[in-house]
Design a protein around this ligand. Structure first.
Ligand code: PNS
Length: 156
């Protein structure tokens, strides 16, 4: 039984996140999706709102569980006893960022491996920040986020 964690801000969740989660769920026995707190970010949605949007948009994936964690990812890994960290990579910017994250995570827990899934080509340009910007100025986000997220953004 291999258990993985997929951490992120998910502000909001996009179809790119969903794609990585669904693919991870087909590789690992259990995937824990964790809403984390990135101290350098200001969030549009609260943690409970992000949890709700994730749970509702992932309920068709039986081996996926959603939770929140405020702290170091490595401490969550220990608490949940997960085997691997899953991350998605869209481009070289993601690679550089994740390479640095991996340095700190390995320093704290050398035995914990991270596995990187390349973003599906249709989602390579998709980001939560671009979605927030599009919605702020009335742009069309259909097909880029789950319907529930689109509705939540419209109400904002
Ligand atoms: O979706 P994001 O904002 O790119 O996700 C980044 C996140 C939340 C996964 C990352 O900031 C994180 O792991 N935060 C928890 C704190 C931590 O463990 N940082 C790594 C050592 S500096």
């Amino acid at each position: 039984m291999t258990k993985a964690v997929y951490p992120g801000s998910f502000d909001p969740m996009t179809n790119g996140h969903r794609d990585i989660i669904a693919r991870a769920a087909s590789v690992f026995d259990e995937v824990v999706v964790s809403v984390m707190v990135n101290v350098s970010k200001k969030y549009l949605f609260t943690v409970p709102e992000r949890l709700n949007l994730l749970s509702e948009s992932l309920k068709d994936l039986p081996n996926v569980r959603v939770r929140a964690y405020e702290g170091l990812l490595i401490d969550l890994v220990r608490e949940e006893k997960v085997d691997v960290i899953v991350k998605g990579l869209r481009n070289a910017t993601d690679f550089d960022y994740e390479n640095t994250m991996d340095f700190y995570n390995k320093r704290m827990a050398p035995q914990v491996e991270s596995v990187y899934l390349m973003a599906s080509h249709e989602y390579v340009h998709l980001s939560s920040s671009a979605i927030r910007e599009l919605m702020a100025f009335g742009g069309d986000v259909s097909g880029l986020v789950p319907p529930l997220v689109e509705e939540a953004l419209r109400l904002r």
